[in-house]
Design a binder for this molecule. Sequence first.
Ligand code: NAD
Ligand code: UDP
Length: 423
Amino acid sequence: MASSTVRVDLDGKPINPLTICMIGAGGFIGSHLCEKILNETQHKILALDVYNDKIKHLLEPDSLSWAGRIQFHRINIKHDSRLEGLIKMSDLTINLAAICTPADYNTRPLDTIYSNFIDALPVVMLLHFIMFPVSFSIELVVAVKYCSENGKRLIHFSTCEVYGKTIGSFLPKDSPLRQILLDQASLVICLRFDPAYYVLKEDASPCIFGSIEKQRWSYACAKQLIERLVYAEGAENGLEFTIVRPFNWIGPRMDFIPGVDGPSEGVPRVLACFSNALLRREPLKLVDGGQSQRTFVYIKDAIEAVLLMIENPSRANGHIFNVGNPNNEVTVRQLAEMMTAVYANVSGEPALEEPTVDVSSKEFYGEGYDDSDKRIPDMTIINRQLGWNPKTSLWDLLDSTLTYQHKTYAEAIKKVMSQPTTS
Ligand code: NAD
Ligand code: UDP
C-alpha cells in the first residue's frame, strides 16, 4: 500500500511524485518494478509493452489504491509514433525492452542485435534529434533525443554480460597465478584466483567477447554499443542517464514454462529450464558439465536498488551500476543440486535418483554458443552512491521462487503431460 507520508531521498530531501515511462514493463523485471512503485510510492507509470500478462493483476481492479497511477500502452517500440508523446509526458524513461534469452543470441542474432541496439536507439536519440535535426527516421531518433533535450532522465537496462569472459579464464590451468586453497567451510581443496582476475568492476574491467562466429556475443556487443552511445550522449550533450547491469536476477514470473505459458520448443533462461524439468520430474540438463559460475540475486532485492536509482538522481546520474549478489555464487551444477533439494521440500516429492544429465552446448543451444565463465559483481560503486546491498541467500530465494513455480504450474504441467503427444 503506498504510504501517504512524504518520502525522502537518501539525503533527506522530499521526493516529488514522478511520471515514469517504463518500456518493457510487461516483462519479468518490469512487473516487479511496477508492483514496487505502485505499492510504496506515489509515482505514476506509463507502462509500455507488447504483452501485459505479467502485470494484469496491477491493471484490472479500479478499486485498488493505485488506480489511475498505471496506464498500459500496447506498443512495439520498433514502429509506433506514440512513443515520442509518452516519453515527452514523463520525467523519467526506463528502458527494459530487449530480447534477452541466451537461446536466441546464436540462433536469432539479427533479432538480438536489432532488439538490443537498433530498437533502443529511439529511446536514447529523441532529445538529441530536437537539438540537432538530422534526417534519421523517427523510429531511430525518438527516445534518446527527448530525454537529453527536455532535461529528462533515462535509466537504461544493460547486462553483466557486457563484461564477457573474465581475464582469469585465459590463464593456463597450471598458471602460478591460480592458487590452491583449502575451503575452510567445505574442507574441499579448490582453485582460487586472485580476485583481480575475475571480479567485475564497472570502471576498470575490460569487456572480453569471443570471436564473431561465436554469435552468443551478439547480445553483449549490442548492449555494449548502446551503453557507449548513452554514455556519449551524457558526456557530449548532457543526457542525464543511469545504466544498470543486472547479474542474474531471478524470482517469480521469470520467463515461461515451455508448453504451458510459452512455446513447447522454447528455451528460457536457466531458472525456468530447471523449474520445468523439476515440475515434469525429468533430469536437469547441465550444459557442458555445468561448470560455469553465476551469482544469483533475488528480484525483490534488486528492485530495491532500482527504486533507489529512481529516487536519488543526484547520486545515480552518470553512473553505471552492477546489481548482483556476490555472496550467492555457485556453479550451474551446484544450482541444479540446490534447486533439486529445495523443490523436494516444496513439493513433498522425493528427488529423482539421477537428477541431472550432461548435454553439450552444441546439442542444447546449437552452433555459435559460448559462455561467460564467472560473474562476480564488484559492489564498490553501488555501495558508495546508494548504500545498497542484497539480503537474500540463494537457498531462501530458491525456496520462495520454487514455491511460486509449484503453486502456479504443477497442476497445469500434469494436464499437459496427461495429453496424448502427436508424433
Ligand atoms: P523480459 O524478456 O522478461 O522483459 C523484456 C520485456 O520487453 C518483455 O515483456 C518484452 O515483451 C518487452 N519488449 C521487447 N521488445 C519490445 C518492443 N520492441 N516493444 C515493446 N516491448 C518490447 O526480460 P527481463 O529479464 O525483465 O529483462 C529486462 C531488461 O534487463 C533487459 O534489457 C535485459 O537485457 C536486462 N537484463 C536482465 C537480466 C536478468 O537477470 N533478468 C540480466 C541481464 C540483463
Ligand atoms: N544452462 C544449463 N542448463 C539449462 C539452461 C542453462 O546448464 O537448462 C546454463 C547455461 O549454459 C549457462 C547458465 O546455465 O552457463 C546460465 O544460463 P542462463 O540462460 O540463465 O543465462 P546467462 O547467465 O548465461 O546469461
